[in-house]
Design a binder for this molecule. Structure first.
Ligand SMILES: Cc1cc2nc3c(=O)[nH]c(=O)nc-3n(C[C@H](O)[C@H](O)[C@H](O)COP(=O)(O)OP(=O)(O)OC[C@H]3O[C@@H](n4cnc5c(N)ncnc54)[C@H](O)[C@@H]3O)c2cc1C
Length: 431
């Protein structure tokens, strides 16, 4: 570790200790700053704990597209769809949907795909670089590829365009027949329409352990932790000298990084960053000691699920549910995942499987905000990673450390500017 940053040692407070906040904190600490992490919960216990674990290099296909927009009414109305919406939540979603519709313009597709690729294609390597002094954490990563499973000919045919985009971005993909799929997955109980193997994809065998290890080493190297919730950012002359906790205390620092995931919107608004951040809630079902062989992660696009072999079991994770951040988990979603699990692998016993729900921090165009706050020169924003926060956390940390230092960031950050959503004052109803 360097002793001091290029601009001298500064005190930095990172609000939110999910994987994005932890990666920012670690990168800033390695740059030589004195860093405090602030979170009311245990570090790494939010969306970052229960995700599918994929370091999804193949995430270069924007969700916002003409095809998704046309399919959305059907997806939202059908019972067994991977996408659902609580109808009473609709008014709060209007700003998100408005910007989503704008992002679906054909002219934006290539631009958004490039913006995703910049952060995703090197996701694995950027993690390895951030963890170069933590072999224990590196040992949680695998690079076994990822198998896209198509359950019907239509699905496989419809995926052709997405797979052409992946190939155009330089990803090696191998077409597999149903017989090839069966050779890899001897316990599969359905006839597939074949699959695609994305060789360069990786995964983490226990995302929660990654958060724990990052946090433990952050503290061992002098990092501080305040188990508090931030209620307010105080602003004086275009700067934030301190943030206020919900229990009436203040935490002062030279620099602040806002990385509170799906909960960032009200805090961001206090530094003139009004953003249509919503949450797409997702679920997982974790089967301990599964009696089936799954040698690599699977993606089942038709079901909206990933199936990931983890250190402590087989995890079925995914679905998109538009609802309030604080609404109780919906048991119908975990039933839906269990049904799909048994459909794919009839031998699986899912009755006693663990279930989990978490809130993705979602922006309408599917790329995060990595930027300086418009209303405070010493506040930096790192949130909105949606479906890709595990993949993109390390490079986000690297980028934030660079812009705090005044150094050139590892990639062009213009696609992640907060101002891309305009300065609309009408966004305060977003979820
Ligand atoms: C089912 C599912 C599957 C997924 N699969 C993948 C995958 O395979 N690959 C991938 O790359 N991504 C995946 N994701 C997405 C990924 O998990 C998220 O993008 C990522 O975890 C977001 O990290 P974060 O640090 O921004 O948010 P979080 O992990 O949610 O952390 C935010 C933190 O901020 C804290 N906080 C909130 N409010 C305050 C406040 N006022 N003051 C202080 N702290 C506060 C919270 O307590 C929390 O700890 C998946 C997500 C889900 C739900």
């Amino acid at each position: 570790m360097r002793d001091v940053g290029r601009t001298g040692t500064r005190t930095v407070a990172v609000i939110g200790a999910g994987l994005v906040g932890l990666a920012c904190a670690r990168a800033l600490q390695r740059t030589g700053h004195v860093v405090t992490l602030i979170d009311p919960e245990d570090p790494g216990s939010g969306a970052s704990a229960g995700n599918a674990g994929l370091i999804a290099g193949s995430a270069v296909v924007p969700e916002a597209s003409r095809e998704t927009l046309l399919a959305l009414p059907r997806l939202l109305l059908s019972n067994d769809s991977p996408v659902s919406l609580r109808i009473t939540h609709f008014p709060r979603l209007v700003p998100f949907l408005w910007h989503f519709a704008k992002a679906c313009r054909t002219s934006r597709f290539d631009e958004l795909s490039r913006a995703m690729a910049q952060l995703s294609l090197n996701g694995f390597d950027r993690w390895m670089a951030l963890l170069d002094d933590l072999p224990e954490a590196r040992a949680l990563f695998r690079r076994d590829g990822c198998l896209y499973l198509y359950l019907s000919e239509d699905e496989h045919l419809n995926a052709k365009k997405d797979n052409d985009v992946r190939r155009a971005r330089g990803m090696p993909l191998t077409e597999l027949s149903d017989a090839d799929v069966r050779a890899l997955l001897p316990d599969i109980g359905v006839t597939t329409a074949g699959g695609i193997l994305a060789q360069s994809a990786g995964h983490v065998v226990e995302p929660r352990a990654l958060g724990d290890l990052l946090f433990r080493h952050f503290v061992a190297d002098g990092g501080r932790f305040q188990q508090r919730k931030i209620a307010r950012l105080e602003r004086v002359d275009h700067r934030v000298p301190a943030v206020h906790t919900t229990d009436g205390d203040q935490i002062a620092a030279n620099v602040f990084v806002l990385a509170a995931g799906a909960y960032s919107r009200p805090l961001a608004a206090q530094v003139e960053a009004r953003v249509p951040l919503a949450t797409q809630r997702g679920y997982h079902v974790m089967v301990r000691d599964p009696d089936v062989s799954v040698p690599m992660p699977l993606l089942v696009p038709g079901a909206g699920l990933a199936v990931t072999p983890m250190r402590n079991g087989l995890r079925f994770a995914g679905l998109v549910e538009f609802d309030r951040l604080d609404a109780a988990p919906n048991p119908a979603r975990t039933r839906q995942i269990k049904q799909c699990a048994v459909h794919l692998f009839p031998r699986l016993a899912v009755d006693n499987a663990e279930t989990w729900m978490g809130c993705r921090p979602s922006l309408p165009d599917g790329v995060p905000i990595i930027d300086r706050a418009p209303g405070a020169a010493n506040v930096f924003l790192a949130f909105g990673h949606g479906q890709m926060g595990l993949t993109q956390a390390a490079i986000t940390g690297e980028a934030i450390a660079a812009i705090v230092e005044g150094d050139a960031p590892p990639v062009d950050l213009s696609p992640y500017r907060v101002t891309r959503f305009g300065r609309s004052e009408n966004l305060h109803h977003a979820a």
